[in-house]
Design a protein. Structure first.
Length: 129
């Protein structure tokens, strides 16, 4: 193994991070459970979601690589009028990954059918490009 300045700098930065944090960071995905009153989390077709409220379904899709937590501040206000469903996209948090292309991700979200007991959502929003 050749040790040049770049490798030495990387080792030094890694050692400094371990000392500063008291250990090696856990690489497992952290999933924030709902701390929002009136909301619950679940899984449908391999996708993690958080839902609450009543009325017409409103599906919230976060931008890549965010999770449902992106919408936590606006969900209570939206839940006064809609049944809010904030979804973790495939491969994020505890949602099962798909092939990774947009079509398979869209099919996974559409196939989850959170609205089985109601009409399909006619309203939706997303965050990101």
């Amino acid at each position: 193994m050749r040790l040049d300045r770049r490798a030495l700098f990387g080792l030094g930065a890694s050692a400094a991070a371990v000392v500063a944090t008291g250990g090696v960071a856990d690489a497992s995905p952290a999933v924030a459970e709902p701390a929002l009153p009136g909301f619950r989390s679940g899984h449908a077709a391999g996708l993690h979601y958080v839902t609450g409220g009543a009325g017409e379904p409103l599906v919230l899709l976060p931008g890549w690589p965010q999770t449902w937590w992106e919408f936590r501040k606006i969900m209570p206000a939206l839940a006064r009028r809609y049944r809010v469903i904030a979804v973790d996209l495939p491969g994020m948090a505890t949602s099962r990954p798909t092939a990774g292309d947009k079509k398979s991700m869209a099919a996974a979200v559409h196939g989850a059918r959170w609205w089985r007991s109601a009409s399909p959502p006619t309203t939706g929003t997303r965050h990101g490009p």
